[in-house]
Design a protein around this ligand. Sequence first.
Ligand SMILES: [Cu+2]
Length: 127
Amino acid sequence: MRPARPLLRLLLLTALTGAAALAVAACDRVELPTPEPGERRIEVDLRNFEFRPAVIEVETGELIGFELTSSDIRHTFNVPGTGMETEVRAGVPVLERFTFERPGEYTVLCTIAGHADAGMVGKIVVR
Ligand SMILES: [Cu+2]
């Protein structure tokens, strides 16, 4: 009787599967969906407690695809009043589509504790 063996095999298999999954995650570049007809893509970089660009101008009724990336730590792209509350992890781009139906100015902020206070606030101007 060797009760430890199957358990050892299972542990080894689990470890190998985990390592393989990590390797795939490291090599695989995340591909964002291709733009829909009429969609305008806007790249926004969330990094160093800033949104770049900090001010984004769009047209009313325009379908916008925000391509959100972070190259340092986890941030969020929150636009109060729109329902956009998107978490952006380092190295994992996220696409957030939105159409502003009314002109005006919208605040963009990162809701991770301390980030907005550190200056992580932007603006979307809808014309
Ligand atoms: Cu942040």
